[in-house]
Design a protein around this ligand. Structure first.
Ligand SMILES: *[C@@H]1O[C@H](CO)[C@@H](O)[C@H](O)[C@H]1NC(C)=O
Ligand SMILES: *[C@@H]1O[C@H](CO)[C@@H](O)[C@H](O)[C@H]1NC(C)=O
Length: 349
């Protein structure tokens, strides 16, 4: 009798515990499902190194031959401990050298030729997709830090990011008088996005802007796009994390709801809330997408849902190379003590 009582007590306790844990498990499953958005901010650098003082950063080439006013970095950063220079005579004493892929990829002879100081970092900077970055193998076994749009870069430089919005800074959705816009200059008829467009335009009217279409007057870009409900933010090639100014500037800054084509939806959702965009993969055919756009056009309540996230976050365009370069100063102070990347080509593709 006694042991029976003991047994039933144990069984009772086990049942209670199971109940409690089951409930906790259920709650955690439920929470996982809601998938709460958290923004990823740029310039994160992993693994700290002890602080270094006055650093000389050599800009090996000016990206696209645009000379950046880097003397102003100390003011921008409120930190005067980095000296930026483009004087190659300072190579041997430089703490870091920034190599922008586009100006050096053609030949090893375009890279520094003098013996390399063992403490010096070579930073590889590139914002182009792997498809548009030729001769990546040239960089194998040379680079210490990466600086790209890929989220696992040492110095993460996305095309844009979301910042927490302050309450004193409200937003209004502009009045929409038009439906779908697309700015496209790189027109290649066999590209998948053009083929998709050719199909989509059979079902919905799309206004084209850019080189072979209606030219946008300079400075009026965002203003004109902002009259549209939707903007086609179609990337020219599909790569992990490759989400460019087509989304950040053309769509988000113009307050047009982006219709995206690029990496899968889950990749976009690492950077932006799930209800901030429409993904072409959400539809099995372009016609289905067109039907959905018409539906949103008819139902303003539903359309406005695509702006809800804006009460909490604000998009910031990050394509100003001046700021990206200045931030190398911050990043270097926290750079890992010693490292190099065996194969840039494997990592990037
Ligand atoms: C970093 O710098 C600060 C101020 O110069 C100094 O107080 C601190 O000890 C330094 N830390 C290391 C790990 O060198
Ligand atoms: C940078 O990379 C080079 C070549 O891969 C290597 O020899 C050097 O030790 C690295 N330097 C640092 C500071 O990590």
């Amino acid at each position: 009798m006694d042991s029976f009582k003991k047994m039933s007590k144990i069984v009772f306790l086990v049942l209670i515990f199971q109940g409690i844990f089951g409930f906790i498990f259920y709650i955690s499953l439920k929470n996982n499902k809601t998938n709460i958005y958290k923004p990823i901010l740029p310039i994160t650098i992993n693994k700290m190194k002890s602080n270094r003082s006055a650093l000389t950063i050599l800009v090996w080439t000016w990206p696209f031959d645009i000379h950046l006013p880097l003397m102003k970095c100390s003011r921008f950063l409120r930190d005067s401990s980095c000296i930026f220079t483009d004087d190659r005579n300072l190579y041997s004493s430089a703490d870091a050298v920034i190599l922008h892929h586009r100006e050096v990829y053609k030949s090893k002879h375009l890279l520094p030729q003098l013996p390399r100081p063992s403490e010096q970092y070579w930073i590889w900077f590139n914002m182009e997709s792997p498809q548009n970055s030729p001769n990546l193998q040239l960089m194998d076994n040379l680079i210490n830090l990466t600086m790209t749009y890929k989220v696992d870069s040492d110095i993460f430089t996305p095309y844009g990011f979301l910042k927490q919005r302050t309450e004193t800074d409200p937003f209004t959705v502009p009045i929409k008088t038009k439906l779908v816009a697309w700015v496209i200059s790189n027109w290649k008829a066999n590209n998948y996005r053009i083929q998709y467009y050719n199909e989509l335009k059979k079902y919905i009217n799309i206004d084209l802007y850019g080189k072979y279409h209606t030219e946008l007057p300079s400075g009026k870009h965002n203003k004109i796009i902002s009259m549209y409900k939707f903007y086609m933010a179609f990337e020219n090639s599909v790569h992990q994390d490759y989400i460019t100014e087509k989304l950040w500037n053309n769509a988000f800054m113009s307050m047009a709801v982006p219709i995206v084509m690029g990496p899968p939806r889950s990749n976009y959702e690492r950077f932006i809330p799930s209800n901030s965009f429409i993904h072409v993969n959400d539809f099995s055919t372009p016609k289905e997408l067109a039907d959905y756009l018409y539906k949103l056009d008819q139902d303003d309540n539903k359309y406005q849902q695509y702006f809800k996230w804006r009460s909490k976050y604000q998009p910031i365009v990050n394509t100003d190379f001046f700021k990206l370069y200045c931030n190398v100063c911050k990043a270097l102070k926290n750079a890992p003590a010693r490292r190099f990347i065996t194969s840039i080509s494997d990592w990037y593709k």
